[in-house]
Design a binder for this molecule. Structure first.
Ligand SMILES: NC(=O)c1ccc[n+]([C@@H]2O[C@H](COP(=O)([O-])OP(=O)(O)OC[C@H]3O[C@@H](n4cnc5c(N)ncnc54)[C@H](O)[C@@H]3O)[C@@H](O)[C@H]2O)c1
Length: 247
């Protein structure tokens, strides 16, 4: 029960790594506010955690809307009394999510807007809305989901730019938070099997990650076992970023 007295708020929590993180945090005693743009899925996810005996609330939040972010943070503090863990996970490759294909320079400009607004600005919004609470209570952890593409680059410049931005955001929050007991880390996965097609992506280890493998790292970084870790980007990519095999 590593998170017994902790309150967590998570973006993009209706599926994938964020959903599993919410489930695992709740199983280890945290009270969790799951947020996602998909209202039905996030409501059902929170209900399922409660059915297992955990404490969870599901809230519809589009990370592009600061008032929704702020309202969810206020709800978490009001309902559960503190705010100790923030996981910024909402995101994805904009062209894929929006069902577009083609060369970057031929894509509609809305693809770039989605890519930066959801993958980066939403995390900034959540950091802005939560940091005051964490600084005042002299305790907190922010985990930002980056990507190996933010380190190596890829054919979706909006995605790699946003995910590189998550590393800078993490370092800046770590600098602001350190004197007040607030840590920040970035987790940058290679392909993860939150979608079956990720199995096709190359890594040195010859496979994509199981969702649980990344969630294990997120939980460790959220825990007191990682009390001396802040401002760091963790690649968890099966060696994909080593280079030399994709050129
Ligand atoms: N899966 C991978 O292989 C992989 C690899 C590297 C990095 N990542 C990153 O990790 C994070 C989680 O990936 P995943 O595959 O577990 O996620 P996922 O694709 O399963 O879930 C993303 C969630 O974000 C939500 N979302 C989309 N737009 C939103 C918005 N405007 N506001 C709020 N929520 C919104 C979706 O509804 C969905 O529930 C993402 O940021 C992704 O870019 C994933």
């Amino acid at each position: 029960m590593r998170f017994e007295d902790r309150v967590a708020i998570i973006s993009g929590a209706a599926s994938g790594m964020a959903l599993m993180t919410a489930q695992r945090l709740a199983a280890e005693g945290a009270r969790v506010v799951l947020t996602d743009v998909n209202e039905q899925a996030v409501t059902e996810a929170a209900e399922a955690i409660r059915a297992e005996g955990g404490e969870a609330t599901g809230v519809q939040v589009d990370v592009r809307c600061y008032d929704q972010v702020q309202a969810a943070v206020a709800l978490a503090v009001e309902r559960y009394g503190s705010l100790d863990i923030l996981l910024n996970s909402a995101g994805g490759n904009a062209a894929r999510v929006l069902g577009r294909s083609g060369a970057f320079h031929e894509l509609d400009i809305e693809v770039i807007d989605w890519g930066l607004d959801v993958n980066l600005k939403g995390a900034l919004y959540f950091c802005h809305a939560t940091l005051g609470h964490m600084l005042r209570q002299e305790r907190g952890v922010v985990i930002n989901m980056g990507s190996v593409d933010g380190v190596t680059g890829c054919r979706s410049p909006d995605y790699s730019a946003a995910k590189s931005g998550m590393i800078g955001l993490t370092k800046s929050i770590a600098i602001i938070g350190a004197p007040h007991g607030v840590r920040a880390c970035c987790v940058s996965p290679g392909p993860v099997l939150t979608r079956p097609e990720m199995a096709k992506m190359k890594t040195r280890l010859g496979r994509a990650a199981e969702t649980e493998e990344v969630v294990n790292l997120i939980l460790y970084l959220c825990s007191d076992e990682a009390a001396f870790i802040t401002g760091t980007n963790y690649l968890i990519d099966g060696g994909r970023s080593i280079g030399g095999m994709y050129s």
